[in-house]
Design a binder for this molecule. Structure first.
Ligand code: BMA
Length: 370
């Protein structure tokens, strides 16, 4: 009898969770209550696409690739699998300094054109931001100080200067317009991998409260000072162990649209490293999908990959079983560096690479939206 009751109760719970999940999927809107019509449409597009399958994303896909820079119409993924990635990531680091190009030498004018083209094609843009360290003047990876975030917050000595950095960033965001003059909605993934300690906004460099305040201050400033309402915000720590750790620095549902994480194959990419990756990916996919189910946020993978794609079956044998049927919006593979001194820094195989065929097979799999 007891077990019958137990079974009945667990069925009810399952049914309840499923219904809540479905309701969440359709009822949800962007966190920004003043989001533009196009931003709401982007939100719904992401929702409906992820119901069909996971999208393929590639960082800097149109600007350069392995062994080439700025060749019109080219993309390494397209060379191999015949199409552009559905999701293209761009890095806006150095925009805050007023430079004409980012820290990887992609001109912001070109980036804007690529974003417009992607939008015309129905693709999605996601932006990361390795902002410089305002205290030392060095780059985002300068972690020598643990008061950078505090100094940027309203009572801090660098607050006014940081607002100028935000003004420059806002100006770029406000320059993203389609041919009718409407703002092109994009996903912003700022202050990422903050549970690690390799950026000035990292876990050892700021308290959870300071981090949350930094996030909120940025979003509020964009919205209130600049009237920016064409962004979806993506929260993307590095791998965490459980939901409590994932949420420790979460700024709140009112400030986030997508919940993500960044996770790479560690070390040299040996079979043992790949096993570690599988465990970390599975755990973190569980964390974000569970939280997305409760909160109605969109789960996605902020960054991932195996440098040099050393395993020729990485996409179909490692990635596919991890992501299949999980309702994830996309997985963004990191950039294929063009720089001569970084010949092994690539995450999507190029034509002739031993993993190229495997990527093509992956792109055609059930549950992959390509
Ligand atoms: C890192 C590397 C760097 C690059 C930075 C920002 O992961 O790819 O070479 O400058 O991202 O794009």
């Amino acid at each position: 009898m007891r077990s019958k009751i137990k079974r009945y109760v667990s069925k009810l719970v399952l049914c309840g969770t499923f219904t809540t999940g479905l309701l969440n999927l359709f009822a949800q809107q962007p966190a920004d209550l003043h989001a533009t019509k196009e931003t709401k449409e982007l939100y719904q597009t992401i929702q409906s696409r992820r119901a069909k399958g996971i999208s393929l994303g590639h960082q800097d896909a149109l600007a350069y690739g392995h062994g080439w820079y700025k060749e019109k119409g080219r993309s390494d993924l397209k060379d191999v699998a015949g199409k552009y990635p559905n999701v293209i990531g761009w890095e806006i680091g150095d925009i805050e300094l007023g430079k004409p190009y980012n820290l990887d030498s992609v001109y912001f004018d070109d980036m804007r054109r690529y974003i417009v083209d992607t939008h015309k094609r129905g693709g999605i843009t996601t932006l990361s931001w390795h902002a410089n360290n305002i205290v030392s003047g060095k780059n985002a990876w300068d972690c020598a100080q643990d008061t950078v975030v505090r100094s940027i917050l309203p009572a801090g000595s660098n607050h006014q200067k940081y607002l100028q950095w935000l003004d420059r960033t806002a100006a770029f965001l406000l320059s993203l317009k389609d041919s009718r003059g409407n703002f092109i909605p994009v996903v912003l993934r700022p202050y990422h991998e903050h549970t690690g300690s390799w950026f000035w906004w990292g876990a050892k460099q700021s308290t959870p409260q300071e981090y949350k305040d930094l996030w909120k201050m940025t979003v509020d400033y964009f919205q209130q000072k600049h009237g920016i309402h064409h962004l979806l915000y993506c929260y993307s720590p590095s791998e965490t162990e459980n939901e409590a750790a994932f949420l420790e620095r979460y700024p709140g549902d009112a400030y986030v649209d997508l919940v993500a994480f960044d996770c790479y194959v560690p070390g040299d990419g040996t079979p043992e490293d790949i096993e570690k990756y599988k465990i970390a990916m599975a755990k973190n996919i569980d964390i974000i999908t569970a939280y997305a189910g409760k909160s109605g946020k969109i789960p996605t993978i902020g960054e991932t990959g195996l440098e040099s794609v050393k395993d020729p079956a990485y996409f179909t044998q490692v990635v596919y079983p991890l992501v299949y049927g999980k309702g994830l919006a996309w997985l963004l593979f990191w950039r294929n560096a063009y720089e001569k001194d970084k010949p092994n820094h690539y995450y999507i195989p190029f034509k002739g690479h031993p993993a190229a065929e495997d990527l093509k097979l992956f792109s055609k799999k059930t549950g992959v939206y390509f």
